[in-house]
Design a protein. Structure first.
Length: 129
């Protein structure tokens, strides 16, 4: 699974977490269209996506605003061993730090927060590992 390490200001400190590439849905976009656009923006690649395969609901503070968030996940295959981050906005460039591939076992053993929290179970279901 390809994950990005983010570091964002939250509650007077820095919150570090790993998450899949993705982002917000713009007006008039479907979840699938948004996922394709975000991958193109963040990784500068086009990937065929299928799904949705998972949904995660969360509530958190972002820039001092309480956000009710629903993430919709799709699966894509990337035949590139070493993809690169291509952040678009200043906020993305500041937050997106590292991009790397993870195995199910590495997700299980991670010491930093990973979203969604049930990612390992989702990976095992999807990839039958």
């Amino acid at each position: 699974m390809l994950l990005i390490r983010f570091a964002v200001a939250r509650d007077g400190g820095t919150f570090v977490f790993w998450a899949t590439p993705g982002g917000g849905v713009k007006a008039g976009e479907t979840d699938l269209d948004a996922a394709r656009r975000e991958i193109k923006e963040e990784l500068a690649v086009s990937v065929t996506l299928t799904g949705p395969v998972h949904t995660s609901v969360d509530r958190f503070s972002h820039k001092n605003v309480l956000v009710n968030n629903t993430d919709v996940y799709f699966v894509g295959r990337l035949d590139q061993a070493d993809p690169q981050l291509h952040a678009v906005t200043d906020d993305e460039r500041a937050a997106m730090q590292v991009l790397r591939w993870w195995s199910c076992d590495e997700v299980d053993q991670a010491t930093e927060t990973i979203f969604p929290p049930d990612l390992s179970a989702v990976m095992r279901r999807l990839f039958r590992t």
